[in-house]
Design a protein around this ligand. Structure first.
Ligand code: SAH
Ligand code: SF4
Length: 387
């Protein structure tokens, strides 16, 4: 490899004590940016049991120390891993991404990060702080193939699955951020994780499963603090029910009859509402967790009294709590947010029919923190290739 192609890396990464395990090769991209294409092995992309392979010249206990830094007390910068020798700290690359954008909203209580992998794939996470809890919304894929009409990620299309390490690194990054920087007026620990960022988690089942396993077994998070949101991939719901974790399951329903749902959520043609109901019931029985229904409310589309009554039937049959969220309009769809009157009427009908309903707050609207928006705004980056 020609010397001229070995270059210093950007933010947060360091090259020192370069070994065969820690060679980075960078290419000059089309715009003259330096992008890693063939990386030294990144700590969060390395299975926790293999961490010793990143530290071939170190005694065995160093891998355990590193594992604790990664999963128990995460830090933003390897320099802060104070019980590791400087040469080790400098030879480690922690994050599988660079932070391409970091936005602050809602008076500092919402933080949104756009991450960019070495191949140019972008994905985002949103951290929301409340007085007694902090919730991180994470991505499971760069883009999404399922094409729900009102969703910015769906409109953008599918780029690739995220690796388990890329998924868990979003959680670690937020935990490190809370420990070291924090959100004003909120706990300094992460209390909830929701898979409601970009992508369909159950379409990337094995990697999502491994990411959840690391959250539970390596990070010590309770499965009850993790919510998997799915558009209704029935086989995935069944597999998840058999994992033995009492995770929260959110079903993105949005329409309570097959005709309307197939229009808004194309995958409904493969897994219609009746199949979804069966799978949701089975999930609740096997895990003992109540399922929730997500309903993005759209003006004149699914905010009608008829849809409210049909939704109440579904919710009662599967004993689900209903979360309503007003549509965050996207540039490529003509759908609009509902009027306040329509929203109030919708809630009233559900309540009158004894359905448990919450109107979700619209955190992050000032920084376009709905599903995939920031990335849609920035447009697609061309992944680079190296010969
Ligand atoms: N693919 C999964 C998880 C990611 S989407 C799913 O669909 O459930 C997370 C949630 O954001 C879903 O309930 C989805 O319907 C909702 N959502 C997508 N686009 C939205 C928008 N423009 N406004 C409000 N909610 C939206
Ligand atoms: Fe994909 Fe969920 Fe968006 Fe539908 S709503 S396109 S499943 S990310």
């Amino acid at each position: 490899m020609a010397r001229s192609r070995l270059e210093e890396v950007g933010t947060g990464d360091r090259i020192a004590g370069v070994s065969t395990h820690s060679i980075q090769i960078f290419a000059r991209g089309r715009l003259g940016h330096h992008r890693p294409t063939l990386c030294w092995r990144v700590a969060y992309l390395t299975p926790p049991d293999d961490l010793a392979s990143l530290l071939p010249d170190e005694p065995g206990y160093r891998a355990d120390q590193l594992r604790r830094w990664l999963y128990v007390t995460p830090v933003l910068d390897p320099e802060a891993m104070t019980n590791l020798p400087v040469s080790v700290r400098r030879g480690i690359r922690l994050w599988p991404f660079r932070v391409a954008a970091d936005q602050v909203g809602d008076g500092g209580t919402t933080r949104k990060w756009l991450f960019e992998a070495d191949d140019g794939a972008q994905y985002e996470a949103v951290l929301m702080g409340y007085p007694r809890r902090t919730t991180l919304c994470i991505s499971s894929q760069a883009g999404c193939a399922l094409g729900c009409t009102f969703c910015a990620t769906g409109q953008f299309g599918f780029e690739r699955h995220l690796e388990a390490g890329e998924i868990v690194a979003q959680v670690a990054y937020a935990r490190a951020f809370l420990r070291q920087i924090g959100l004003p007026g909120s706990p300094d620990r992460l209390t909830n994780v929701v898979f409601m960022g970009m992508g369909e988690p159950l379409a990337n089942y094995n990697r999502v499963r491994e990411a959840i396993r690391r959250m539970i077994e390596e990070m010590g998070m309770s499965p009850r603090s993790i919510t998997v949101s799915t558009v209704g991939m029935v086989p995935g719901i069944r597999r998840l029910a058999d994992e033995g974790w009492p995770l929260n399951l959110a079903i993105s329903l949005h329409a309570a009859d097959d005709e309307l749902r197939s229009r808004l959520v194309p995958i409904n043609r493969r897994y219609p509402i009746s199949d979804l109901e069966e799978a949701a019931k089975e999930y609740a029985e096997k895990t003992g967790r109540r399922v929730s229904i997500e309903w993005t409310v759209m003006d004149g589309v699914n905010d009608t009294p008829e849809q409210a009554r049909l939704l109440a039937d579904v919710a009662r049959r599967i004993r689900a709590h209903v979360n309503l969220i007003a549509l965050n309009p996207t540039p490529l769809s003509k759908e609009r947010a509902p009027s306040k009157e329509a929203m109030d009427r919708f809630v009233q009908i559900l309540e009158d029919l004894d359905v448990n309903v919450t109107v979700r707050d619209t955190r992050g609207r000032d920084i376009d923190a709905a599903c995939g928006q920031l990335r849609a705004e920035k447009g697609r980056r061309q992944p680079i290739s190296i010969g």
